[in-house]
Design a binder for this molecule. Structure first.
Ligand code: NAG
Length: 291
């Protein structure tokens, strides 16, 4: 990919993401549990770091202890380095049950030097089919970067280093289903999907490079915790704290953020279901035509 001009905006973005990472102080030890992988997933003694690994026998995964109904979750992730073809790292919020809702980040690995694909999707009432894919504007295996989901009553916003890469709006009034009622838990996993992940399955996993490892730190959930059928928040959302950490509940993109979003879409988007005419020969889905 050609990185011809690095706009000034990008430098501003770097500074703002550094500020954001300073306020994060969550802990994997307190907030999450390794759920599978037979020792391949590990939380550091101080609870601040977590790693997931994958070999030809198994991947691994963790989940949050709490369920949320609306929230902002952030984690810093350093993805599998080197030849990661055929591996998939997921970071997603699903609800339970047959008509589940889900908000997905999936990182599809690649050959050394070839770009990861960041895949996003939103499911509501059991239906997804809202895929978008981008390449990133940095190498996600060199350093930790912050990946965030904001889920509030009006928006689902995906952010990378606090730069919005997608804003899925609540258009329920126009008949588009949007997750509002079912609580979701954070899940993350590293597993193998070489039948589809890299170049549609053409590039296979090189097991001589195993184990593959992804690293996590600074997990943070500013969220309405759902337990036994009730929320830790009032019907107006979370109580406002002095550090403004409840602002995610009413967050929407301002004009600066829209400019960033359009920059990502223009330069880095490689797939958008909204423009896939083969898939939707009768015209793109309703939400694609609404602002
Ligand atoms: C892997 O690299 C190729 C070549 O640059 C690119 O087309 C593809 O989108 C990349 N990602 C995946 C997951 O295949």
């Amino acid at each position: 990919m050609a990185h011809t001009s690095v706009p000034l905006i990008y430098l501003l973005l770097i500074t703002s993401s550094l500020l954001i990472s300073l306020v994060h102080c969550g802990s994997f030890g307190q907030d999450s549990v390794i759920t599978w992988g037979d020792g391949r997933g590990q939380i550091s003694k101080d609870g601040k770091q977590l790693s997931l690994s994958l070999d030809q026998y198994s991947g691994s995964g963790f989940q949050s202890k709490n369920e949320y109904r609306y929230g902002r979750v952030d984690a810093q992730i350093k993805l599998v380095a080197g030849n990661s073809a055929g591996t998939v790292t997921t970071f997603y919020l699903p609800s339970q049950g047959p008509t589940h809702d889900e908000i997905d980040f999936e990182f599809l690995g690649n050959l050394s030097g070839d770009p990861y694909t960041l895949h996003t999707n939103v499911f509501s009432q059991g239906r997804g089919d809202k895929e978008q894919q981008i390449h990133l504007w940095f190498d996600p295996t060199k350093n930790f970067h912050t990946y965030s989901i904001i889920w509030n009553p009006q928006h689902i916003i995906f952010l990378v280093d606090n730069i919005p890469i997608r804003d899925f709006k609540n258009h329920q009034s126009r008949g588009v289903s949007f997750p509002t009622n079912q609580p979701m838990r954070l899940y993350s996993s590293l597993w193998e999907a070489d039948d589809w992940a890299t170049r549609g399955g053409l590039v296979k996993t090189d097991w001589t490079k195993a184990p593959f490892t992804a690293y996590y730190r600074n997990f943070n959930a500013n969220a309405c915790i759902w337990s036994s059928g009730s929320s830790s928040c009032s019907s107006n959302g979370p109580a406002t704290t002095s550090d403004g950490q409840s602002s995610w509940y009413t967050h929407e993109l301002d004009s600066m953020s829209y400019r960033r979003l359009r920059w990502v879409q223009r330069k880095y988007m490689i797939y958008n279901y909204c423009t896939d005419a083969k898939r939707f020969p009768k015209g793109s889905p309703v939400e694609c035509r609404l602002r």
